[in-house]
Design a protein around this ligand. Structure first.
Ligand code: SF4
Length: 474
């Protein structure tokens, strides 16, 4: 089994899709690295990219072409100022040239040099091949696969060996929920404490805390920006942003000038059940409206499901515990990240492989278990909460209208967050030793369901809502 860090699961990136935007962006950067390693970079005369399968079928709606161009230009998805996206893309479109890695000018005609092929490559539904013609006329190519959550791999899995070696050296190598629970029991530690020990094998305590703080900053910022941005989302569906009006109605006359003060202001509002539902929905919608408009979000485990974890953490901060601080955020992210990685190891977090159960279902499961730890649940109750959350997402298909990560995606984050809170509460009131379905069984079930699902429902926009609802109806 290969090592997966919490920082692999929770990645800062740009919307709207981790597999179709962030993955191709990172693959383009990896390809540049390969060219440099082989001393071919300086000799590149022309480039093109072939997209295959799901990556091609919903690539336009998921801004795959833009992501590729930004990656080929050498920009970092974590730090690139998103307000410059339009300008950079307009330059390539109008000049028909691209500065490879910001260093080498090559001709580039986006409509001709990014080729959308309908056929699927055998290895994975999200395939792409980068091609270069060198100055001496020789041709080079390299294929990558975007396997969900912004992860990219080569068929030959060249980094696999390193990851396998790292996993073997973890103090607590974890592949399944049962192993995680056994470590918690043997060490008398919570899930987040066990995960922290593993992370310490990869980086220093200061780096872990700093990284988690950065992740939370982006999560909070995406909620704040989304809740304070009015208008319609790009893409042609004319979807109205709803988080703005919800926040306005809920916050009333409470004043604030930044995200931290916003948290304080929300804590001062009166909340009953309806308001709690609306606040949680507002947080989740806000993140995914930012995601749909090519904004900066954290994959958790993917971009399409990026709103669930922040919404549930925010719920804890503003509703459950007004004294919550960064230590709670740390525990939440460590626990949630580990649960996500157990899903990745036992099943998939790619909608192209498993439909929406792999995105919203996993995010809800991550958030449920993480919230349960903050609420004082035992490790067994945390995994029970995760299991409940996934159990009621099993079979959920991926059928985004017009290939955009908007309908049903944005609302699904609100539903996933609410389910996570409910799953947590049920687990807190239950005796996990009497549970009939352990987490590992639901993960295995999810994987079997994924294999049985037809490709129509796996991020191809060839079935479900994507064909029932016409773009002209929207
Ligand atoms: S339907 Fe679900 S899995 Fe598909 S793009 Fe939307 S959020 Fe992602």
């Amino acid at each position: 089994m290969e090592s997966i860090s919490v920082f692999d699961m929770l990645k800062i990136g740009v919307g709207p899709s981790s597999s179709h935007t962030l993955g191709p962006w990172r693959a383009a950067l990896r390809w540049i690295g390969e060219l440099k390693e082989k001393n071919q970079f300086e000799d590149v005369a022309e480039i093109s990219v072939d997209l295959y399968g799901s990556l091609s079928l919903t690539g336009k709606g998921h801004a795959t072409d833009l992501a590729l161009m930004l990656g080929l230009t050498g920009f970092d998805p974590v730090t690139f100022p998103i307000e410059n996206i339009e300008k950079e893309i307009a330059f390539i479109n109008s000049e028909n040239k691209l500065k490879l890695n910001g260093e080498l000018e090559v001709p580039f005609f986006p409509k001709e040099n990014i080729i959308f092929n309908r056929k699927f490559l055998e290895f994975h539904p999200n395939g792409m091949t980068f091609k270069a013609t060198l100055k001496n006329g020789s041709k080079k190519s390299s294929s990558f696969y975007s396997i969900g959550g912004g992860f990219t791999v080569k068929k030959e899995r060249i980094r696999k060996k390193i990851k396998l070696a790292k996993f073997a050296q973890f103090p607590f190598p974890i592949e399944k929920g049962t192993e995680l629970l056994a470590y918690c029991k043997a060490e008398g530690k919570s899930i987040s404490e066990i995960v922290f020990e593993n992370e310490k094998f990869l980086r220093s305590e200061a780096e872990i805390n700093d990284g988690l703080q950065k992740i939370w900053n982006v999560m909070l910022d995406s909620m704040y920006v989304g809740a304070h941005t009015e208008g319609t989302l790009p893409g042609g569906l004319n979807v109205t942003r709803r988080a703005f009006a919800m926040n306005k109605n809920l916050i009333g006359d409470h004043k604030y000038t930044n995200a931290e003060e916003w948290i304080g202001a929300i804590r001062n509002t009166e909340v009953k059940f309806r308001q709690i539902l609306k606040w949680v929905s507002c947080f989740a919608l806000a993140v995914n409206e930012v995601n749909a408009s090519l904004g900066r979000v954290v994959t958790a485990p993917t971009n399409g499901s990026a709103g669930v974890m922040p919404a549930v953490m925010m719920y804890y901060m503003v509703i459950e515990n007004h004294d919550a601080n960064f230590d709670d955020v740390r525990k939440f992210l460590l626990t949630g990240g580990e649960i996500g990685s157990i899903f990745k190891k036992g099943s998939t977090i790619s909608a192209a492989m498993g439909g929406c159960q792999a995105e919203i279902g996993v995010s809800s499961s991550m958030a449920a278990g993480a919230l349960c730890e903050l609420m004082g649940g035992t490790p067994e109750q945390c995994l029970m909460a995760s299991e409940i959350a996934m159990e009621h997402h099993l079979g959920m298909t991926c059928d985004p209208i017009a290939g955009l990560v908007q309908i049903p995606c944005i609302e699904r984050n609100a539903m996933g967050a609410i389910k996570a809170i409910n799953a947590c509460e049920m687990a807190l009131d239950s005796d996990p030793s009497k549970a009939k379905v352990p987490l590992d069984k639901v993960i295995a079930t999810m994987w079997e369901t994924a294999k049985d699902m037809t490709s129509k429902y796996k991020e191809t926009s060839e079935g479900g809502l994507a064909v029932q609802v016409n773009i002209s109806d929207c």
